[in-house]
Design a protein around this ligand. Structure first.
Ligand code: CA
Length: 243
């Protein structure tokens, strides 16, 4: 399974060498290395919740992907930033999000879902509300998706979750608004986020709504992603307090 030669991500003093690799003409391979997460070894120098980080060039990444499913691929500069941001120089530890005070108002109702586009075959927009890790993936840098409750029902959504997809962090939402409407034409901004960072694949985060209201339709309008030409979402939940 792990026959591909891998280089452990440098730690400690050798992080300086890693930084040097980010600079032009530093003697590194011409293809820009990426960080790939594989199952943990017992002696992992910098454990990630899902495995070890290894530094790979494009060719090594292609080879590794033949034998292991991609778990997570990071741009090396982003990895450097994340590690530096943590006091211990390690991956920040992420706790599972607690949604026990809420229920998903889209569950068990025959809502109408619409989106800015269909998505690639097999990864279409209904996947954003299917309660599985299946994703909506679409070849546009900005996206929107909306959910309308049936029969004119209005819900007061007080929080929502977004779950990232399985790969390519640059496709994750970064700036967005959650909007509410009762006619599909006039939209109220119920929540705004910008510069949001995601640190994991299939990472589920909870966002509390800034300005809750009673609305029949909610729309997530993603105005900027992580820099890719393609966008993707694993799942969205529109949460209401448990009754
Ligand atoms: Ca899904």
């Amino acid at each position: 399974m792990r026959s591909v030669q891998k280089k452990a991500l440098p730690t400690g003093l050798s992080l300086l060498a890693l930084l040097a690799c980010l600079l032009p003409a530093a003697g590194c391979a011409t293809s820009r290395p990426v960080v790939y997460v594989v199952p943990s070894a017992a002696d992992a120098p910098m454990p990630h919740p899902h495995g070890d980080m290894v530094l790979l060039n494009d060719e090594e990444l292609r080879e590794l992907r033949k034998i292991e499913p991609p778990r997570m691929v990071w741009d090396i500069a982003e990895t450097w930033r994340v590690i530096l941001a943590d006091d211990d120089g390690r991956w920040p530890q992420f706790k599972p999000v607690d949604t026990s005070a809420y229920r998903d108002s889209t569950d068990g109702v025959k809502g109408t879902i619409a989106a800015s586009g269909e998505g690639v075959p097999g990864e279409t927009y209904p996947n954003a509300f299917d309660n599985t890790l299946a994703k909506w993936c679409i070849k546009t840098p900005t996206i929107w998706i909306r959910f309308q409750y049936p029969d004119g029902v209005k819900r007061r959504v007080t929080a929502y979750t977004i779950t990232t997809a399985n790969d390519v962090p640059g496709r994750d939402p970064r700036d967005w608004k959650l909007l509410g409407s009762n006619d599909g034409e006039a939209w109220a901004v119920v929540d705004t986020r910008s510069g949001e960072k995601w640190f994991d694949r299939h990472e589920k985060r909870l966002f509390k709504v800034a300005s809750p209201g009673d609305y029949n339709v909610y729309k997530l309008d993603v105005t900027k992603n992580g820099g890719e030409d393609t966008s993707q979402l694993g799942e969205i939940e529109l949460l209401v307090p448990l009754e």
